[in-house]
Write a protein that binds this ligand. Sequence first.
Ligand SMILES: [Zn+2]
Length: 448
Amino acid sequence: MKQVKQRTFLVALLVLLLLTGTVIFCVKYAVSGREWAEFPANGHAYTEGRLSSGQILDRNGVLLYDAASGQYAEDGELRMATLHAVGDPDNNISTSAKAALDSHLIGYNFLTGTTTGGHRLYLTLDAELNRTAYEALAGRKGTVAVYNYQTGDILCMVSTPTFDPADPPEISDDDEGYEGVYLNRFLSSAFPPGSVFKLVTAAAAVDHIPDLWDRTFTCSGSVDIEGDRITCPYAHGQMDFRDALACSCNGVFAQLAVELGGDTLRSYAESAGLLSEHTVSGIPAASGSFEVSSGSQLGWSGVGQFNDLVNPCSLLTLMGTIAGDGTAAQPRLIARETSMSGISRTTDVDAESISTWSKSTCLLLRNMMRNNVTASYGQYRFGDLPVCAKSGTAEVGVGEAPHSWFCGFLDDPDTPLAFVVLVENGGSGVDAAGSVAAAVLQQAVTGE
Ligand SMILES: [Zn+2]
């Protein structure tokens, strides 16, 4: 009898242990299941360390990458144009969808785990618009981005140099042609902004200098600030503040920067979002920088030189907020996600919004940016499109051609698009980057 009691006790103990173990497992599974599933040793999601489930598509359903087969888009030019958005075979491009959004591709589910073969991840990109941007860059280094500032959808995001991920080249560290090829310049780089930064100086000036609109400025081709000379390409002559932005007079903006002071300029760069790290569907972007200085250095930083640096993604967002009276949607890259059989796996989440300057300041800038195009750059470059813009030609070093910038938006509520174009060493902002912007915007609006 005593033996039976002992055995009963032993069995009860074993059952208790089993139950405890099961409970501990279930709790751990609930907490860490996703982590286990996304561990590269999981044979359902990975083959020899390579992600093997899920697909990446553009907003229209064009297949850009199939993880099961490791195949990219059929069209070679599309592969080049979408490389930084989609990713390379070895995941050297850490901000790509393949590398940074892999958990969406694995599509882990608490009940089915990873046995359903991953998810279809539809990016907000229009692959054909990427192709147009890539062709317009014509082998030059740089970046092109267009986004809908009401929804946040990034329709175009191209970074060059690029390569064909279906046939990756051998790239050595000192290869000039592939300099920074694994960086998405739109997300991960910061560049001297040149005259596009005059928008920041202009915003500070309209808020802080009461008689700004009554002033008349005279440019003789250069201005001396504390013994240092700040030059313009030629003498701009007499002008008001609006004309000064349209002809991008360095003398006027350098003097305004000194009058405003370094701390004020920095606070406007900050409230513009240019010094923050934005995130795009959870992918972190680089921030820019602005060093507070005085005298001629402050003059130069007021015209986007000295130590000013701007990240293209934050500049794009600023363009969206100027168009949106001070507020815009944060750029995003994920349009939707479905199971492999097409069942929706995400509910539509509204993009977060970002605010920069006051409505009245943004309205003034918008009118001035429209005037830039009609009075200075030439409406003929953009057909019928109501482009509001600022060009930039940023000096980057002795003997090097300047970087060419063009950024802005369309002044039309039916096509709420903001854009940024950078052509490295492209020369004139309007000619180089402006014509890339014209080609991409034309297609974004008309589909041609
Ligand atoms: Zn001038």
